[in-house]
Design a protein around this ligand. Sequence first.
Ligand code: ZN
Length: 152
Amino acid sequence: MKITDNTVASIHYIVLNEDREDIDASDENEPLRILIGHHQLIPGLEQALIGREAGEKFEVEVEPAQAYGEYNPALCQEVSLDLFEGQDIQPGMQFRATTDHGEQSVIVTEVNDDVAVVDGNHPLSGMTLIFKVDIVDVRFATDSEIDHGHVH
Ligand code: ZN
């Protein structure tokens, strides 16, 4: 059967950047299971899956706009270290933060004398991504999966 909205696709995948370096992959022993048509995947990958069947292997290149979005410099902010109440702040630390753009996950990119620079962009924003996909299984979603919007 073909992948359509309201099917559950099980896939193995590898994500590469434009230089074809590995960024991420599914668990070797446990394919990723996705309820199709419920925004569980980036749009570019979901589109590429539609109409395919179990057993197919393919590669697709996805532009930032169809992946994790363009990099938005406005999501970088300087935050006074006073606000961290004496915590030892280092580049690479991640926080949930309330920003000008609402609650989001931010990463500390820089620490100066009295300010930290935090970046609220998704770490993969602005990147063209290449997915190598192996479709393991396709089945109809159950009514309750469709109801809940996720795989059981
Ligand atoms: Zn549920």
